[in-house]
Design a protein around this ligand. Sequence first.
Ligand SMILES: *Cc1c(COP(=O)(O)O)cnc(C)c1O
Length: 416
Amino acid sequence: MTTPNSRAACEQLDQQDPLAALRDEFLLPDGVIYLDGNSLGARPKASLQRAQEVIAQEWGTDLIKSWNKAGWFDLPSTLGNQLAPLIGAQADEVVVTDSTSINLFKAISAALQMQSGDAQRKVIITERSNFPTDIYMAEGITRWLDRDYQIQLIDTPDELPQVINEKTALVMLTHVNYRTGYLHDMAAVTALIHQHGALALWDLAHSAGAVPVELNAAQADFAVGCTYKYLNGGPGAPAFIWVPRRHQAAFQHPLSGWWGHASPFAMQPHFEPTASIRRALCGTQPMVSLALVGCGLDIFGKTTMQAIREKSLALTDLFIALVESQCAAHPLELVTPRQHQQRGSQASFHHPHAYAIIQALIERGVIGDYREPGIMRFGFTPLYVRYVDVWDAVANLRDILDREDYDLHAKRHAVT
Ligand SMILES: *Cc1c(COP(=O)(O)O)cnc(C)c1O
């Protein structure tokens, strides 16, 4: 695609866009260009009615009957099955439950348990640039187990072949880096991990609904991810955990709550895990929030991840090309890979005054976000971002930079 050189040319791309109609499934405030769907997805219109239904009918009128009648008890599995095709999983391999951090805890502890027969496998490898909670959860588990586990942080993906060895128990990677948008080759990296007898845990927080994912084809061992980012489940919506059938019998984690029991309503005094993926559950789930995850997933049922990927690459290509041509006079540095096969659905630029510039953009209705150190991050969600939005976002960025129309003393909010 040659880069469109006018707003009208972008409008034309929107007219030809096969995903254009899906924007109408979302409620987006007027005057806002939303480039932060990688942090909190926009609201599906259907969510409000669904919330009303759950609160008024299922809770208000049907009360406790809804655990059966409205399918509440099964909902983690029902939604898991709906999500499965988006990440290359089979039915009964995914549940939507708890938070990503909690699901990391389950997956890391189950992996260490599966490797415990080999006393020398004491190392968990991950990236220094991983999202902090992933590293923190591994730190929490290893400190608490107190069995000489070590966490080894690598600085670039190419270090993995040099550091992985017979002492590696687990390699825990985030498929798309939250800051740079770097996309790992899941199949190749998993094959390397397996060659050394280690297990591969993938965090799909920035890939589920953003890029095609083929967990089974890649022979991955475990995966977790968020539903409130690209999947548009709503703020704090429950996350997901995937355990392939081949590992389900061996998958044991210490959060052995009653929802993971073989017969939860037998009320037995001892824990016996159910045979299915539901052993990854712990306890009662937040039904109002969980129900809304379905509204986001329903929209994905109207397209394919291939169509989403094509538009995602076109949007990020366009954004990068326009920023580099229109803002060439300014010290902006692309930190997202240019190569398609290494790029998720975002584009990040470094600038010494990134925080102030992001605040100025937000004031003009162009919402991206700031990540340390000095990075402006823009997420492109093909379901609702248009080519004209990319054009207008760059025009605003250029204007802010040219006029230095930003406040270097902009107050740091608690959430950046
Ligand atoms: C967003 C994100 C999380 C968030 O975890 P929560 O438990 O939902 O707060 C975790 N890991 C990665 C890689 C993320 O991008």
